[in-house]
Design a protein around this ligand. Structure first.
Ligand SMILES: Cc1ncc(COP(=O)(O)O)c(C=O)c1O
Length: 366
């Protein structure tokens, strides 16, 4: 495979340097947690290779939360690694593959590098970013090796209902395909989510992580959940080829967070609710931006209303206002679209960032 760097990574705030920014609305997670706030004091931790499947206590806790068994959970270094492992384990050159677009980059780019037959289901503004189940039914006639969906979705913030999820599962089962459900934003759905997708069928693989909802992308801990033993063996073999095991420090930190999840997660939720209320009020009043209101996650995917020079828009926003959003071209859509991450900045930074977006559009629209 010939890897190439994607703009979403090469131009990311951490690569450009956080200090070059005043308003960072380009993140797709909640605010990063400070290590000292976790009050994590591991005792007698042996820094050897860990259990290849992942720390048993962490797997047990995750399994318990979702009504699965421990051996149906594989801990991996982040959801990105999970998605990569699933793709390289199931797909090969010319495999039929169905995926939503726009999407988080690994969900599209790894199958593309494997040279799969790519079948896209585009989420369109005009269709309120609704997932087109009819199109999935038609494409599934090609008997894809893998169907990939994300809920809550990045970058649109759309969430599948339980009915829709069950229909996806039924379609996958009928076409003898596996269904990958990227549930990295699961705990951030605004309303009750269906159960973890992998609990419904052994054709389903769920991927999630500590990064987006819990503000811990720096510890690189995620997991693959699946009831299919043969697949789990394949995933473990792939993991062992790349990583052998996880960082034991990261695993213990993740365990500590999960053991105290309620305490740590409540303030995160409060912060997101506050920020979302501000964002909603702003966009509803704005003449420059229009959106499809998200149903979960910490991102939305609005578009610019007036016809302006979009390259200039991103340049001015960054150069003059030290403000960043995630531009539409990161997601292979028109540049008038942008992803606004509202869960990472504090309220003031979000407010200022939105004001700078308006000022920039007004200036370019004169
Ligand atoms: C939908 C989705 N899946 C997976 C990932 C990867 O997350 P991580 O590897 O940090 O767990 C991201 C990151 O942006 C994402 O948005």
């Amino acid at each position: 495979m010939k890897f190439k760097r994607m703009p979403i990574e090469a131009e990311s705030p951490e690569e450009r340097g956080y200090t070059s920014l005043i308003c960072n609305l380009a993140e797709s997670s909640v605010t990063d947690i400070q290590y000292q706030d976790l009050k994590f004091k591991p005792q007698e931790l042996t820094l050897g290779y860990g259990d290849h499947r992942g720390l048993p206590e962490l797997r047990a806790l995750l399994a318990q939360e979702h009504g699965l068994k421990s051996d149906q959970i594989l801990i991996v270094p982040g959801a990105a690694a999970g998605l990569f492992i699933v793709a390289i384990s199931i797909l090969q050159k010319q495999s039929q593959f169905i995926v939503q677009r726009p999407n988080y980059v690994t969900n599209i780019e790894t199958p593309r590098l494997i040279e799969c037959e790519m079948n896209y289901i585009d989420l369109l503004f005009e269709q309120k970013y609704q997932f087109d189940l009819y199109k999935l039914t038609i494409l599934a006639k090609k008997k894809p090796a893998l169907i990939s969906i994300t809920t809550p979705h990045n970058p649109t913030g759309m969430v599948l209902t339980e009915e829709e999820l069950l229909e996806c599962i039924e379609i996958a089962e009928r076409s003898q395909s596996f269904l990958l459900v990227d549930e990295t934003y699961r705990d951030l759905a605004f309303h009750n989510s269906p159960s973890l997708a992998a609990t419904y069928s052994d054709k389903v693989i769920s991927v999630s992580s500590m990064s987006k909802a819990y503000g811990l992308p720096g510890i690189r801990i995620g997991w693959i959940a699946c009831k299919n033993r043969r697949l789990m063996e394949l995933f473990l073999a792939a993991k062992e080829q790349i990583f052998i095991s996880n960082s034991v420090l990261d695993e213990h930190l993740a365990l500590h967070f999960m053991q105290n999840k309620k305490k740590f997660f409540n303030p995160i939720k409060k912060h997101i609710d506050q920020n979302f209320a501000l964002l909603e009020k702003h966009i509803n009043k704005s003449k420059n931006l229009e959106w499809i209101k998200p149903q979960g996650g910490v991102v939305c995917y609005p578009r610019i209303v007036p016809k302006i020079n979009y390259n200039q828009f991103y340049d001015v926003l960054y150069q003059d206002y030290k403000t960043m959003v995630a531009p539409g071209y990161w997601f292979e859509t028109e540049k008038r679209y942008m992803r606004i991450g509202y869960g990472w900045p504090d309220l003031k930074q979000l407010q200022n960032g939105l004001t700078y977006i308006e000022k920039t559009i007004n200036m370019l629209n004169q």
